[in-house]
Design a protein around this ligand. Structure first.
Ligand SMILES: [Zn+2]
Length: 236
């Protein structure tokens, strides 16, 4: 079975009505997105940050996977499909995708504020758990008693992927003539741009985004995620 790697961004979930803060000018209740999605914001006002992510958690829980998510899940009937997503929602999983790796974390996971990547300087804790309901103030880490937070990557924190892992995937696609699909992200911003360049040696590469500009020898489908993925699935 050949392998398809799908790298996705906000455009994949846009048709499910998941709000993107770029659309709102990067603001939420007059707070800049960076203020509620950074270690500094957390230190200043953790309750505000939890309220922000609580609303996102609820909005995602009420949203439904769209045709784009389902088109990717359907590919699993014919391919081994690996999803690398920048999205913190669980719509790919709910559409039926079995291998989803969240580069920017997920609001459906929680970790301790003293987690090694929280840059708290206060401690070192490896607790990580599922998060079926939004994290509340007073929800404490079972290992060290610290306040829990969503396991999402904030501004100034490291994305959750290893380049070595991505390199291994590239080799696999090159060797079995697999497919790389980049959908719902412009591909011009980091880390997407670096990731895309790593797949240069893969023969079959596609970029699906209504606003995308051509990148290298990628075949460009300048349309929405659902339209582009359905069309591509017919020719793969
Ligand atoms: Zn802890």
């Amino acid at each position: 079975m050949q392998t398809i790697v799908v790298f996705s961004g906000a455009g994949l979930s846009a048709e499910s009505g998941i709000p993107t803060f770029r659309d709102a000018g990067g603001l939420w209740e007059n707070h800049r997105f960076e203020e509620v999605a950074s270690p500094e914001g957390w230190r200043r006002d953790p309750e505000l940050v939890l309220r922000f992510y609580g609303l996102r958690h609820e909005a995602i829980a009420q949203a439904e996977p769209n045709d784009a998510h389902r088109a990717i899940a359907d590919l699993e009937q014919r391919y081994r499909v690996i999803n690398w997503t920048q999205n913190i929602d669980n719509l790919l999983e709910r559409a039926g995708c079995t291998d989803v790796r969240h580069m920017h974390g997920s609001v459906f996971r929680q970790k301790c504020e003293h987690h090694r990547e929280a840059a708290s300087g206060k401690g070192w804790c490896d607790y990580l758990g599922e998060c079926p309901r939004p994290v509340q103030p007073g929800d404490l880490c079972p290992e060290c008693g610290g306040q829990l937070r969503p396991d999402v990557v904030w501004f100034g924190e490291s994305v959750q992927f290893e380049f070595s892992e991505v390199h291994a995937m590239c080799r696999e696609l090159e060797q079995n003539d697999g497919v790389f699909i980049c959908v719902g992200t412009s591909g011009m911003v980091q880390p997407a741009a670096s990731l895309i360049s790593l797949f240069a040696g893969v023969r079959r590469k596609y970029l699906i985004n209504p606003d995308a500009v051509p990148v290298g020898d990628y075949e460009l489908l300048a349309e929405s995620a659902s339209t582009g993925l359905r069309r591509l699935a017919r020719v793969l």
